[in-house]
Design a protein around this ligand. Structure first.
Ligand SMILES: [Zn+2]
Length: 421
């Protein structure tokens, strides 16, 4: 086997001829000269159809490939332009890289795998590239992969959620398949128009097959759903109901703190109340010893705030209970409503009214078993990935990172078989 053949094998390129290999002393990297084989030459880079010669373009170009050992490797080739019937003058297609990409397919694949599996800094450091470039690579990798599949086929039970990014100023809309826990659609922005856009992509026929749609309680969502998927039951997203309860508890904690500050309890109590946020927020089972002690202290000094905490925990428990015993959960919900109505804590009396207003949708959540932790865990994962995507140049790159990780088919390393999970 000649040296060139060995290089061709290690580069994992197809339909490519290796013409030469040299070491660039200035750049301290390996340059491999390549060209497309005869059958692949003179094809449009955008549609890959054969096209007549146009001009020499901007001469020879380089594509960054995976490192060999500890040394950077570049492929180098002519990049003339062809005149495509559809796209006009376009740079020729090359078998080793995506159109207009400065990296090879193998480089893209490994970067995508790293972005899905490793930390931001590990990815950028190992690939010797910026996190922004990682964003561009992920975007084109996912665009390419997603052209082959239609993720909206066969949907029955979906969840619609709005997740904030850029510190809560902007929102993204995420649609999740509850039966597979996969993200199936995502868009930058939120509101009526975005939701209509989802149903436009889905089409009336597939919308008719939807049986359950979970979402938060916003009135406009109900309006759009009634119009576009009238046969589907609207289900309240348990995640949001628990978030309402946490919000009500926080309002009550602030009220207690203000009372303590201005009353005779003094500053010490006020400060302790201010520090109690996490103890009050966390699920009871996850509390640390110190947080348990804090709650015991609240119970002794501020029975009203402690009652508010118990109301929050009880509402959360309704949804936990629903995973195993939906009927018991329905009874528990009714008892909770009665309790909250008489609790004389304004924030929870209001919450009780809100729960009654959305009773049917909450009832559906408990009854269909859609209140399982799956929704919440997909939700949490999506939020984490969106936060990782900060530093990408566009919202589309952030969306691509979410789809790369949560749409189901995770990337594989170049030259390896996908592993079965
Ligand atoms: Zn073309």
């Amino acid at each position: 086997m000649s040296v060139f053949s060995i290089w061709k094998r290690t580069l994992t390129v197809e339909n490519t001829v290796v013409e030469g290999v040299r070491f660039d002393e200035n750049e301290q990297c390996v340059i491999v000269s390549v060209r497309s084989d005869a059958r692949r030459r003179q094809r449009c880079g955008r549609c890959r159809r054969p096209a007549p010669w146009y001009d020499a373009g901007r001469g020879r170009r380089r594509w960054r490939d995976l490192d060999h050992g500890a040394v950077r490797v570049f492929l180098e080739a002519d990049a003339p332009r062809v005149e495509c019937r559809i796209h006009g003058p376009a740079v020729v297609a090359v078998p080793w890289a995506r159109h207009c990409a400065g990296h090879t397919l193998a480089f893209d694949a490994q970067t995508a795998w790293m972005a899905a599996e490793c930390s931001k800094s590990a990815t950028a450091t190992l690939m010797r590239t910026s996190w922004r470039t990682v964003g561009c690579i992920v975007e084109r990798f996912v665009a390419d992969r997603d052209r082959a599949v239609d993720r909206l086929n066969g949907l029955c039970r979906i969840g619609i959620d709005e997740i904030s990014h850029r510190k809560g100023q902007k929102y993204m809309t995420v649609v999740v398949d509850h039966d597979t826990a996969k993200v199936v659609w995502m868009a930058d922005g939120h509101g009526k128009d975005i939701l209509h856009r989802f149903f436009d992509v889905l089409g009336a026929q597939r919308a008719a097959h939807l049986t359950h749609i979970s979402a938060d309680g916003a009135g406009w969502i109900a309006d759009v759903l009634a119009l576009r998927a009238p046969s589907a039951a609207r289900v309240m997203d348990p995640f949001h109901v628990v978030a309402w309860a946490t919000g009500a508890l926080d309002a009550e904690r602030r009220a207690s703190w203000n009372r303590a500050r201005h009353g005779h309890e003094g500053r010490e109590t006020a400060r302790a109340l201010k520090d109690s946020r996490f103890a009050l927020w966390k699920n009871e089972a996850d509390l640390t010893d110190r947080q348990m002690a804090k709650l015991a202290w609240i119970q002794a000094t501020d029975p009203r705030l402690h009652r508010a905490w118990r109301l929050k925990e009880a509402l959360r428990m309704v949804f936990t209970l629903a995973r195993a015993r939906p009927t018991a959960a329905l009874r528990a919900l009714n008892r909770w409503i009665g309790w909250a109505r008489r609790c004389r804590i304004p924030a929870f009396v209001d919450l009780q009214r809100k729960v009654v207003r959305h009773y049917d949708a909450i009832w559906a959540a408990l009854n269909t078993g859609m209140s399982n932790g799956l929704i919440e865990s997909t939700n949490t994962k999506t939020r984490l990935i969106i936060r990782r995507g900060f530093g990408f140049h566009t919202a589309d790159a952030i969306i691509a990172l979410v789809m790369l990780t949560l749409a189901g088919d995770k990337p594989t390393l170049p030259g390896r078989q996908p592993t079965t999970e």
